[in-house]
Design a protein around this ligand. Structure first.
Ligand code: FES
Length: 105
């Protein structure tokens, strides 16, 4: 399945994502700039912040409790903000669009 990442400057990156890996991991493995993932996916750094395109919000699930807590302390949080290490790629999410914040700090 594909994921389309859109950097804050509008630059697009389409990647062939691996099912079962998170949207953060898929970004890192495909060298998409703008996602850092400092904690390796443990939901404790909030440097994998991304905005799920509204069309995908239902399918991508919703924030878990830890994620909610981490996002509380993050910058530029919007209603469609997620920590992308908590969004696991599935075949169903083929075509997922994730916009990236201006910075992770
Ligand atoms: Fe650290 Fe997602 S990679 S919270």
């Amino acid at each position: 399945p594909k994921i389309l990442y859109i950097e804050h400057n509008g630059k697009e990156h389409v990647v062939d994502a691996d099912v079962g890996k998170s949207v953060m991991q898929n970004a890192l493995e495909n060298l998409v700039p703008g996602i850092i993932g400092d904690c390796g996916g443990a939901c404790s750094c909030a440097t994998c912040h991304g905005y799920i395109d509204p069309a995908w919000e239902g399918k991508a699930g919703s924030r878990n409790e830890n994620e909610e807590m981490m996002l509380d302390g993050a910058l530029r949080v919007e209603p469609n903000s997620r920590l992308t290490c908590q969004v696991i790629m599935t075949q169903e999410l083929d075509g997922l669009v994730v916009r990236l914040p201006e910075s992770q700090f």
